[in-house]
Design a protein around this ligand. Sequence first.
Ligand SMILES: [Zn+2]
Length: 386
Amino acid sequence: MQTITWNQQVVKRNNKSLVLQMIMEKEPVSRADIAQITGLNKATVSSLVSELLEEDFVYESGPGESSGGRRPVLLHFNKTAGFAVGIDIGVNYILSVLTDLKGNIIIEKNQAVEDVSFTSVFQLATSMVRSLLKEMPGSRYGAVGIGIGVPGIVDKAGTVLLAPNLGWKNISLKQAFEEEFHLPVIIENEANSGAYGEKQFGAGQTYEDIIYISAGIGIGAGIILKGELFQGKNGYSGEMGHMIIEADGKKCSCGSRGCWEVYASEHALLSMSQKEKLSLETLISRAEKQDPEAIELFKKVGVYLGIGINNIINTFNPEQIIIGNRLARAKKWLEQPISDTIQSHTLPFHQKEVKLHFSKLSSYSAALGVSAFAVEDFIRTGIISA
Ligand SMILES: [Zn+2]
């Protein structure tokens, strides 16, 4: 019996993954086109495609267009071969979605959160996942994984080292969810997740160098360079909410003073207001009714957002800045003060060609980003049985 060596197995796994990626991106596509694009020979492509058909990852459809000769059979990605769960743990909400393998939302659950202790959030999030799994349509692979976005510093083992706005420290979140559901779990910082969601499905699809600003109760940033998420050596990059924009400024939840998020976040917006018990939603509806105080508050926060964004543009020279998370809902009042601040502060070379956009997926950026991570992990590791 012929045995396949470890090396051959790796090569085969990579090739199969590559073929599937091609089908996902270019569908409908023929075997000949895949061979041409990937540089693999036709026999290899044919045999890998047969396996993918057998495993229900792809399906065929009738002959496509041809420039003469026999018309080829076209291949499609079977986006409902399985489903992924994406959870965005916010400071005052939990959003969970069940998506197909192409990031289309099948079911969503949204819950306001008051008690942010780990025990309470874990209980709520796991019960949301349980009900998503219960309502999940039947498929060959069922749930392929769970992705979770968290507003904090996450290490590569899936431990939340610190989430100041939740009051969490050293929480083994990946382990806790894996023990509960026996599924692969990926934990990522919510700004990185949002950046990835927008890159894959939203405002960043045609850009390569993107800084995504997650402006919620706190502020985080997700950095996409050359089309890839930049995580830093240990995965801690993007904590720009704690860059200091005011020496000896107001106290921050991280223990320092004068951090950007103390001036430019949703929390900052609400604490600047003189009136008690205001929410972002009420401020938006007041601004809609031309309330001068509400409009002035958004303007102030917009200027502060612009100051931080100025520092980021000068540092990274990105193609695109995307403002996401809850404050993106106030685009109407934030956009002008942000772009005015950039125009009057940012180095002229750096201002050239940079686009300021607001998130396209609104509150779904992070949830869709983590579900995409779960799908990719499944495609990378789960598709070969050889
Ligand atoms: Zn801080």
